[in-house]
Design a binder for this molecule. Structure first.
Ligand code: SF4
Length: 307
């Protein structure tokens, strides 16, 4: 299958808004919790790199807003952070995928958070974009009430599955997700929800600490591997609240490099990208990863003129 690979590379952006989370799930990949740092990824940094990436033809205008719990910005930054981010990203023709646990749906700030989410469902403002609200729910999240409340709001006035689609993420045979599915079909049968059910919890992050889930060798390089074998999927460039970046989702921190230069300015992509690639390849080699040959990775990650 790799022989079919045509040598171009696409990226999308994964912006870790914060590592803080109002939950501390036993299976959390990022080991987030209420004890995690409340640091928020600066909005200007995200917008700067969206523009930098757009100059690069390999950016697919897709951005994942991740965490921790990204809506923590309403609590630890300002009420304007998320709506400004949505509006600016939409202006830049990005598709937005927001990952959340929906615990906030039962909080005092729910109205304002829902009001802002309508920006993502608004036909005029979204242009041709399609946006995604990814809600995670399973036996570890303890968020059944938040998810049920979300189903109620999403089926009410103001939301119409126009440009904002909702996906609920969970695991095979999870007792909570089956209950939520039954509830939704009974109470809101016409609400379109996509259920994304994975095989199992991957034993990484806090799942590893708690010895739950299954081990997948070199899981941290799986996205990149899949990008080769399924050539329609893309590599990820991630930005983190401590103002570092990496290629791929790097929860251990080892693949990250600072995107701030010595003079305090944001590094342009021409400077940052080679640093990201060098770091990535050296980690790949020292981890002894054998999913793909290093030469193949180099051919894909490094433009011909710079090899
Ligand atoms: S799995 Fe999600 S909800 Fe749970 S602690 Fe991690 S980031 Fe928070």
């Amino acid at each position: 299958m790799l022989k079919e690979y045509s040598p171009y590379l696409n990226f999308y952006m994964n912006a870790y808004i914060t590592y803080y989370c109002n939950r501390a799930c036993k299976h959390c990949l990022t080991c987030s919790s209420p004890k995690s740092s409340k640091e928020i990824l600066p909005l200007e940094d995200i917008l700067f790199y969206v523009k930098e990436f757009r100059k690069n033809t390999g950016f697919v205008n897709h951005i994942v807003l991740n965490g921790g719990e990204p809506t923590s910005a309403y609590y630890h930054n300002s009420h304007s952070y998320m709506p400004t981010l949505y509006t600016e990203l939409l202006k830049n023709k990005c598709n937005i995928e927001l990952h959340s646990n929906a615990v906030w749906a039962m909080s005092k700030k729910a109205d304002i958070i829902w009001q802002d989410l309508k920006i993502l469902d608004n036909l005029e403002k979204c242009g041709i974009c399609e946006n995604l609200l990814d809600l995670s729910s399973d036996q570890y999240h303890n968020n059944e009430n938040g998810i049920k409340e979300s189903l109620k709001i999403l089926s009410g006035p103001g939301f119409g599955n126009r440009k904002l689609w909702t996906k609920i993420l969970s695991f095979n045979n999870d007792p909570i997700i089956n209950r939520i599915k039954d509830y939704q079909i009974k109470k809101y049968p016409s609400l379109r929800i996509d259920y994304s059910i994975f095989n199992d919890i991957v034993k990484t992050g806090r799942a590893k600490e708690n010895n739950i889930g299954i081990d997948i060798p070199f899981f941290e390089y799986c996205t990149e591997y899949n990008s080769f074998v399924n050539i329609w999927s893309e590599f990820i460039i991630s930005l983190y609240p401590d103002r570092t970046a990496s290629i791929g989702c790097d929860h251990s921190g080892k693949r990250r490099v600072s995107y701030i230069s010595c003079d305090g300015k944001l590094k342009p992509l021409e400077q940052l990208y080679p640093e990201l690639v060098n770091k990535y390849i050296s980690c790949y080699q020292s981890d002894g990863c054998d999913l793909l040959s290093v030469n193949l990775l180099k051919q894909t990650l490094i433009p011909k003129h710079a090899r």
